[in-house]
Design a protein. Structure first.
Length: 205
C-alpha cells in the first residue's frame, strides 16, 4: 500500500468576507512588488514601464521570452505602447480606448506558417488598469470563469462590450458585498483570479 496522500479542494458555503480572504490568499505574491511599482508610476509611465507591464501580464520571466514569435507574448503591441506612451482615457473615451487596443493585431511568423493574433480585451484592460491606477479591473479568462461560478450562469463573452456593460458593474457590486475599500480592490482582483484558476471544486456534504 502506498504512502501517497491524495487531496482535493473541497468547497463550502461561506461569507463574502471569508471567500475574499481565502481566495486572495491563494494568489501568488511573487508579482506584488512589480505590480505596486507600476501602479505607483501611473502618472509618469515611461517606455520601459510599458514593457514591464507587458512582461507582467504575459508572464515573461526571461529576456529570451521578450521578443517576437513567442507564444502568448504580444511583444509587438506592447512595444507599440512603449513608443506611443498612452495615457488614461477620459471617462467618455474608455470604450474607444479599449476597442483600439484590443483590436490591434500582430503576426507571429514561424518556419512553416504565420499566425495573426489579437491583443485582445485581457491585455487592453490590463493596460487600462495600470494607466488608471487600478480603478478599472483586469478582465481575463480566469475572472470570466469566476463570474460564471459566482453567478451560476454561463461563462461570459470575451468582449469589450461585456466588460464595460456588465463586468465593471459586477466588480463594484462584489467589492461592496465583500467589504472592499477602493484602495484594497486589488485583493478582489486576486480572489477572482484564483477562484477562476481552479479547474474543479468539490463541495462538502
Amino acid at each position: 500500500m502506498s504512502n501517497y496522500k491524495f487531496l482535493v479542494l473541497v468547497a463550502k458555503d461561506c461569507s463574502p468576507q471569508e471567500w475574499l480572504r481565502v481566495w486572495a490568499d491563494r494568489y501568488s505574491q511573487d508579482d506584488d512588488p512589480e505590480y505596486e511599482y507600476l501602479i505607483e508610476r501611473r502618472n509618469s509611465l515611461a517606455a520601459e514601464d510599458f514593457e514591464r507591464i507587458g512582461k507582467w501580464k504575459d508572464g515573461v520571466k526571461t529576456e529570451l521570452q521578450w521578443k517576437p514569435n513567442v507564444a502568448s507574448v504580444a511583444y509587438r503591441i506592447w512595444m507599440e505602447a512603449a513608443q506611443e506612451l498612452p495615457r488614461c482615457p477620459e471617462d467618455g473615451q474608455v470604450k474607444a480606448f479599449l476597442d483600439c487596443w484590443s483590436g490591434r493585431t500582430y503576426t507571429d511568423a514561424f518556419t512553416s506558417r504565420s499566425v495573426e493574433k489579437h491583443f485582445g480585451p485581457p491585455r487592453a484592460t490590463t493596460l487600462l488598469h495600470f494607466l488608471s491606477g487600478g480603478r478599472f479591473p483586469i478582465f481575463d479568462s480566469r475572472v470570466r470563469k469566476a463570474f460564471a461560478r459566482l453567478s451560476g450562469g454561463p461563462t461570459p463573452p470575451n468582449t469589450v462590450a461585456w466588460y464595460l456593460d456588465s463586468y465593471c458593474t459586477f466588480f463594484s457590486e462584489l467589492a461592496s458585498i465583500c467589504g472592499c475599500e477602493v484602495d484594497t480592490s486589488r485583493k478582489l482582483d486576486k480572489a477572482l483570479f484564483s477562484y477562476g484558476a481552479v479547474e474543479t471544486l468539490t463541495f462538502s456534504t
